[in-house]
Write a protein that binds this ligand. Structure first.
Ligand code: ZN
Ligand code: ZN
Ligand code: ZN
Length: 581
C-alpha cells in the first residue's frame, strides 16, 4: 500500500492522488495499456521511504549550509509504501570471472532464482549467487569461459524479480546494491495542444510541432509580457530555423539593432503579412496565434504572469514533448557528446524557474531519458567584461541515448542539432535505491483487474497491491550492518574504507578525499575538499584546542572552525613515510 498523497498516473495521462481514485476508474499500466481499478482500501501502517540513490551531494560541502535552497534535493525518484508492498526489481545476471591468485584458480560466479524461507515462514524466490572453480591454466580458463557462456545462455543477462520491502534484507549484500527499480517512457499522450490548434486530438502535423518547439524556445529565452524571444545572432542556423518555423503560422520574427550591439537579439514574433512592411498589417499580441496558445493554455501563470510549463505538457503526445524539449534545449541547453556509444549525449539546461525545472524533469523522464537536478546559489559573475548578477539556478542534467538524440534532431541551433538516430529505443531506465523506515501513516491500497504494474506520476513503475499487503505485516529482520560514515552523513552497507583510527568507518567519497589530501578535522571529523583546503591555506594556521584538550596549531576547518590535522603518511607525499600515531 502507498502513503496517502502518492500520485498515480491515470489512463488519460493525468495524475491523481491515490485517495481520490475510485473503483472502476482506469489507470495506466507500465506496458502502456489501461487497466480497471477493482478496489481501493485504506489503513494506517508503518511506511518505508524508497528513494533513488544519486551521485549529487546536496547536503554536503558549504553549498547546503550557506544556501537553504540548496539543501533540498529536487525530483529524486521515490515513493512511500508499506513493508509488505512488492517492488519490481532487476539485477544483472551476467556471469563473471575472477582470478583468485591466493588459491590459484579461476572463479566463475553466476546467479539464479532460488527458493528461500523467510523468518515468518513464507517461501519466496530470490536471486542467489553460485560459484565454481577452475584451475589457473590456459585449459582451465577455456573451460571457465565456456562454462560462463553456457550459464549466460541458460539464465540470460538479467534476473527480474519481485520482493516485498521487508524482505530486501534477505538479499545478498552485493545483489541488494545491484538491484534496480525502473521508470519507463510514457508512449501515450493527451493531445491537448493539437486539439487547441487543429480542433482534433493527436493530429500531429509539422505545424503543431513547430508551435511546440516555439513554446519551448520562448519558455527558455522569451519575455514574459510579449511574444519576444532573445536569440543569439551568431547562431545563424537558429535564426533561420526560427524564421522557417514561424512562417507556417504567419509569424515574422523581427529584431531592431540596438545602439549597444549585443549578441543576443530581442526578436519579436509579429503576426501579419510582412513584419517590416506596413505597421498596420502586423500585430504583436492581438490575434497572434503563438500568443493565443501562451495565454489560453497557461504558459503564463494566472497568479503573477510568470512563465510556466503547464502540467498538460508533461503528458502530451510524445512528438509534442520531444519538439517542446528541443525548443528548451535550443534556448538554454548545453549539449555534450558522451563517449559511451555513437548515440550517447548529455544535455544540461539551466533555468531559474521551478515550474520550468519541473517541466523539464517530467517531460524528459516521460521520453525515457534519465534526468537529475543540481542547483547553484545566487552569485555575481563576470561575462564578457560585464558584472552580471546571477539568480539561484536549477541545473537540469539530461543524459540518454537514441531518445535524446531524437530530441536533438528537432533542435535548430547550429551547435545543438544532431542527425536523427536510425532507430529510437525506448527502454526503461534503471536506478539503485535505498529504503528507510518512515513511521506510521495513512496508507491506501490499489488493486486492478489484471494486476499489471502501474505507473506513478514520477514515471516510476510499481506493483499494484495484492492480498499480502492489505494488512499490516511484521518485519523480523533489521537492516543489516548499515554503516554510518564518520566524516559525512552518508550511510550504506558496502564500500567503507579504513579511516585514521584503523576502523572501516569512512565512506568511499570521504576516503578518496582523505587519501588525496591527508587533511581531516579534529573536531567535526569532516574531510575537506581540495578547494576548502586551498581556502584554509590562504587563511593560514591558527592555534586551537583539540577535543582531548590539548592545544594544537593547524589550518582552520571551514565547517566548524576546528583545527584540521594533516596526516603525513597519507596525501600526495606518500614517499616520505613518517608514522603518525
Ligand atoms: Zn501494496
Ligand atoms: Zn563520508
Ligand atoms: Zn570541522
Amino acid at each position: 500500500m502507498f502513503e496517502q498523497g502518492t500520485k498515480i498516473l491515470m489512463a488519460d495521462g493525468q495524475a491523481r492522488p491515490i485517495q481520490h481514485i475510485t473503483p472502476n476508474s482506469m489507470v495506466l499500466c507500465a506496458d502502456g495499456t489501461a487497466d480497471r481499478v477493482t478496489s481501493i482500501s485504506k489503513d494506517e501502517q508503518m511506511t518505508y521511504q524508497i528513494l533513488q540513490k544519486t551521485k549529487h551531494r546536496a547536503n554536503e560541502g558549504e553549498a547546503g549550509r550557506t544556501d537553504p535552497l540548496r539543501k533540498q534535493i529536487y525530483h529524486r525518484l521515490g515513493f512511500k509504501c508499506t513493508v509488505a508492498h512488492m517492488l519490481p526489481l532487476r539485477t544483472s545476471a551476467k556471469p563473471t570471472l575472477e582470478n583468485s591468485f591466493k588459491r590459484n584458480n579461476y572463479k566463475v560466479k553466476w546467479k539464479t532464482m532460488e527458493e528461500q524461507v523467510t523468518p515468518d515462514g513464507r517461501i519466496i524466490n530470490l536471486p542467489k549467487t553460485h560459484h565454481k572453480d577452475f584451475p589457473m591454466t590456459p585449459e582451465g580458463e577455456m573451460l571457465a569461459r565456456a562454462f560462463m557462456a553456457q550459464k549466460e545462455g541458460q539464465h540470460g543477462l538479467y534476473l527480474e524479480f519481485s520482493i516485498q520491502v521487508r524482505d530486501l534484507d534477505l538479499l545478498e549484500a552485493h545483489i541488494r546494491v545491484n538491484s534496480f527499480l525502473r521508470f519507463g517512457p510514457i508512449l501515450t499522450g493527451r493531445g491537448v495542444l493539437s486539439e487547441f490548434l487543429t480542433g482534433q486530438k493527436h493530429l500531429i502535423t509539422p505545424y503543431v510541432l513547430d508551435m511546440a518547439w516555439l513554446l519551448g524556445l520562448w519558455l527558455g529565452d522569451g519575455t514574459t509580457k510579449e511574444p519576444e524571444i532573445s536569440v543569439d545572432s551568431f547562431d545563424t542556423e537558429l535564426m533561420k530555423g526560427l524564421t522557417e518555423r514561424c512562417r507556417a503560422w504567419g509569424l515574422y520574427p523581427t529584431y531592431k539593432d540596438e545602439q549597444v550591439p549585443l549578441r543576443a537579439k530581442h526578436t519579436r514574433l509579429y503576426f501579419g503579412e510582412k513584419a517590416d512592411g506596413n505597421r498596420r498589417n502586423r500585430n504583436l499580441r492581438k490575434e497572434n496565434p503563438f500568443w493565443n496558445v501562451v495565454l489560453n493554455l497557461k504558459f503564463k501563470r494566472d497568479l503573477d504572469g510568470e512563465k510556466q510549463v503547464p502540467s498538460f505538457m508533461w503528458s502530451e503526445d510524445i512528438q509534442i514533448r520531444e519538439a517542446f524539449l528541443a525548443g528548451l534545449i535550443d534556448s538554454d541547453g548545453y549539449v555534450v557528446k558522451r563517449n559511451e556509444g555513437p548515440d550517447a549525449y548529455k544535455v544540461s539546461i539551466q533555468t531559474i524557474y521551478p515550474s520550468i525545472m519541473n517541466g523539464i524533469v517530467h517531460v524528459s523522464r516521460s521520453l525515457g531519458i534519465a534526468t537529475t537536478v543540481t542547483t547553484r546559489s545566487a552569485r555575481t559573475e563576470t561575462i564578457e567584461g560585464r558584472k552580471v548578477n546571477c539568480h539561484f539556478t536549477y541545473d537540469c542534467h539530461i543524459a540518454g541515448r537514441s531518445p535524446l538524440q531524437n530530441v536533438l534532431s528537432y533542435c535548430r541551433s547550429g551547435h545543438k542539432r544532431r542527425p536523427a538516430p536510425d532507430k529510437v529505443k525506448r527502454d526503461p531506465i534503471y536506478f539503485g535505491f535505498s529504503e528507510e523506515k518512515c513511521g506510521q501513516q495513512v496508507v491506501y491500497g490499489i488493486t486492478t483487474e489484471s494486476g499489471k504494474n502501474i505507473v506513478l506520476e514520477n514515471k516510476l513503475t510499481v506493483h499494484a497491491c495484492g492480498e499480502h499487503c492489505i494488512k499490516e505485516q511484521p518485519k523480523f529482520t533489521t537492516t543489516k550492518s548499515l554503516k554510518h560514515c564518520i566524516a559525512c552523513p552518508r550511510k550504506g552497507v558496502r564500500y567503507f574504507y579504513k579511516d585514521w583510527s584503523g576502523n572501516h568507518r569512512i565512506c568511499g567519497r570521504c576516503y578518496g578525499r582523505y587519501k588525496f589530501s591527508g587533511y581531516r578535522c579534529l573536531n567535526c571529523k569532516y574531510v575537506p575538499e581540495a578547494r576548502e583546503i586551498k581556502k584554509a591555506k590562504l587563511r593560514g594556521e591558527e592555534l586551537g584546542v583539540s577535543p582531548d584538550g590539548t592545544t594544537v596549531s593547524g589550518l582552520i576547518c571551514g565547517r566548524c572552525k576546528g583545527i584540521l590535522k594533516y596526516d603525513e603518511i597519507r596525501g600526495p607525499r606518500k614517499g616520505h613515510s613518517i608514522i603518525v600515531s
